[in-house]
Design a protein around this ligand. Structure first.
Ligand code: ATP
Length: 215
């Protein structure tokens, strides 16, 4: 099937908090594919401990981070759904909205790509979307079946077909994780891996046990 019409990319995550590696990755996808990237905080992540910040706070941090970043779009769709945020539901929703021909791209870090074979009904994904994989330090190699299910392609291949290709991105390797950033915030009240507007929001809201410097 031929891809027609402009592409849309989805980047889901806990974003607890959103950090520079997420934003550089999203920017790279938006620039390489020439399409908007929606950043979707998950409501109840099925595979991991629950977030410390509320959905509304994680969305507010994304809104601050994406201000002045054309093509990066905070999206509360998963926050508005009931129950666990299965990526499959999200992909089906956006596929139904786009129709069968427009390219739909799921953006994931290499660590998530390496565990994709454990995701709920991952075998349905190649018919629904492409993958754009961000390099991440320390990530293992992805499962052979997953690699076989998505045909390696260039940006133009993803723009020409609706789904089923994978693009391994040449984004900067940034060794940041939200876990490390939360630890730095609790210890020092600061992290170099956060946009200033996100860090001020964290202080305003007293998130992640930041030390109170007001007295
Ligand atoms: P935590 O440390 O709490 O697990 P995280 O930093 O991994 O958080 P998530 O919100 O869980 O952030 O990640 C959302 C998506 O961003 C995932 O696909 C993940 O692989 C990707 N990602 C996160 N950090 C990086 C990074 N430094 N480089 C590339 N991809 C990343």
């Amino acid at each position: 099937m031929t891809g027609t019409g402009s592409a849309l990319a989805l980047f889901g995550g806990t974003f607890d908090p959103v950090h520079t590696a997420h934003l550089r990755g999203a920017r790279t996808v938006a620039d390489v594919l020439g399409c908007p990237v929606h950043l979707l905080p998950n409501a109840v992540p099925p595979h991991r401990p629950q977030p410390l910040a509320s959905g509304a706070q994680r969305l507010a941090m994304l809104e601050r981070a994406c201000e002045g970043e054309p093509g990066l779009v905070p999206d509360d769709w998963e926050l508005r759904q009931r129950g666990p945020s299965w990526s499959l539901n999200t992909l089906r929703h956006f596929r139904a909205t786009l129709g069968p021909h427009r390219p739909l791209v799921l953006v994931i870090g290499a660590d998530s790509f390496a565990s994709l074979h454990q995701w709920h009904r991952w075998q349905d994904y190649p018919a629904l979307c492409h993958l754009a994989v961000l390099p991440r330090p320390g990530a293992s190699e992805a499962n052979l079946d997953v690699r076989a299910a998505f045909v390696p392609g260039k940006a133009s291949d993803l723009q020409r077909a609706p789904a089923g290709r994978r693009l391994m991105l040449d984004a900067p390797w940034l060794d940041f994780s939200a876990t490390g950033i939360r630890a730095a915030l609790a210890r020092d009240g600061h992290s170099d891996a956060l946009p200033p507007a996100v860090e001020s929001y964290i202080h305003e809201q007293g998130l992640y046990n930041v030390p109170d410097r007001s007295h």
